[in-house]
Design a protein around this ligand. Structure first.
Ligand code: BTN
Length: 245
């Protein structure tokens, strides 16, 4: 593998994203921190990310940008590159997944991976991004409170070495990041979107009403583009739509 990221492993952290945040000033581009156990893992929408100790991957990568490199309006590139890097890795392991916008990874109708991406912006440009990734690897039983989880082990009936798998996964992610294809990933990301081009049910978070729509793709800013069954073209930010699965 061409790009090797150096990974610092910890037995236990509150959250790998928080650890990078605390030590950001001393860490370089692509610094990666992984934890065998997270005691206060954070998820999207203010949720917590709960995993069984030592069964799954929980890690964060720091991306650093120079002033003038990536506009704040194109920060969705980070989701695109990260999600495609995870898909590249899973495909190399024989696990065919899709991206549930903006950056969940789904196997059929079940979630195998979630990401928490925390960006810092200065004067209209990205200065850095902490990409936190939770990938279900060996866990076979999940709490009933999680709606639709799945892991690599459930899909393939294999048991994985977390350290070996993280080395491989980081290689695929680094390959996406170092290419810096800031204007060229959107169409590949769209081709890999969960439910692209099919009618399904969603809920409009502002009204609580459900509706049927077909996902068309994303805007340059990363909004989800969809066409309702009635032919209305709509764009959604992250907290404005939820999928009914
Ligand atoms: C989600 O789907 O809600 C996002 C989950 C992100 C979890 C990962 S685990 C590693 C990193 N550290 C955290 O505290 N969260 C992210």
């Amino acid at each position: 593998m061409k790009n090797k990221i150096s990974i610092q492993w910890f037995d236990e952290l509150d959250s790998t994203n928080s650890e990078i945040q605390r030590r950001k000033d001393t860490l370089g581009n692509l610094s990666t921190i992984a934890a065998v156990n997270q005691t206060a893992g954070r998820g999207q929408r203010g949720n917590s990310w709960l995993v069984r100790k030592g069964e799954n991957l929980t890690f964060s990568i720091l991306l650093r940008f120079s002033p003038g490199e990536l506009e704040a309006g194109r920060q969705s590139w980070i989701s695109e590159a990260s999600a495609l890097g995870v898909l590249d890795y899973l495909r190399s392991e024989g696990v065919q997944c899709r991206i549930k916008w903006p950056n969940d990874i789904y196997y059929r109708n079940r979630k195998i991976c979630g990401m928490l991406i925390e960006n810092s912006i200065s004067e209209g440009w990205l200065s850095d991004s902490i990409v936190g990734i939770g990938l279900n690897v060996n866990q076979k039983e999940f709490p009933a409170s999680l709606v639709n989880p799945i892991s690599m082990a459930i899909i393939t009936s294999k048991e994985y070495s977390l350290k070996e798998e993280l080395e491989k996964l980081c290689g695929f992610l680094a390959e996406r990041y170092v290419k810096k294809e800031y204007s060229r990933l959107k169409s590949e990301y769209e081709e890999n979107l969960y439910r692209i081009g099919e009618y399904h049910e969603y809920s409009d978070c502002s009204t609580g009403r459900s509706f049927i729509a077909k996902i068309l793709g994303v805007t340059d800013e990363g909004l989800l583009r969809a066409e309702t069954k009635e032919g209305e073209l709509r764009e959604f930010a992250f907290k404005e739509i939820s999928y009914i699965i």
